[in-house]
Design a protein around this ligand. Structure first.
Ligand code: MG
Length: 181
């Protein structure tokens, strides 16, 4: 049996949004990275917490979840961000690049339809900072259909906390066994 997926966002989860005065948590370290399609003389500054790498490795070692990046960083999550946290190359969901001006163009998270298709009927716990009530309804309906689904929402300015990962593994350990395959 494959463990449920753990879908991981980056912005607002591993990379906190700056506060109004432009500061980031003191726990985080500055890195300059060059995302795919950008020139080397035009890097992007990101702030990452080394403790997140250790916490995520602890989660991976439990074997309770199958971690997958679910972020607009797309493959750069695997090649740029993960290594800065000491993570092995995790797969990513190849999200499209919609022309949208809000992350909720239809009242719910823009990633969700793609995630829904990608998951099929696989159970999943999804950590993101940007769910709406409609996303929580989606998770509830999916669970009611027999596909365990759990959303964990971070505060984008604080980002991922240890208890979010504890919640994810606790949930994964408790869901009913799903069919083999
Ligand atoms: Mg986000």
């Amino acid at each position: 049996m494959r463990p449920p997926y753990l879908l991981l966002d980056i912005d607002g989860v591993l990379i906190p949004f700056p506060t109004a005065d432009g500061t980031t948590p003191a726990t985080h370290t500055r890195h300059d990275v060059v995302p795919t399609g950008r020139s080397a003389d035009n890097p992007v500054t990101v702030w990452l917490d080394p403790a997140h790498g250790r916490l995520l490795m602890d989660v991976i070692r439990t074997g309770l979840v199958t971690p997958v990046w679910c972020t607009s960083w797309r493959q750069d999550a695997t090649t740029l961000i993960g290594p800065l946290l000491g993570l092995p190359p995790l797969p990513h969901i190849d999200l499209p690049r919609p022309r949208i001006t809000t992350s909720h163009p239809d009242g719910y998270l823009w990633k969700r339809d793609h995630v829904d298709t990608w998951l099929g009927d696989a159970p999943a716990v999804w950590i993101d900072d940007d769910f709406t009530a409609l996303d929580h309804d989606w998770a509830t309906a999916r669970t009611a259909r027999g596909t365990a689904t759990h959303l964990i929402q971070t505060d984008p300015r604080a980002g991922l906390q240890a208890e979010h990962l504890t919640q994810a593994t606790t949930w994964a350990a408790r869901i009913p066994a799903v069919r083999a395959g």
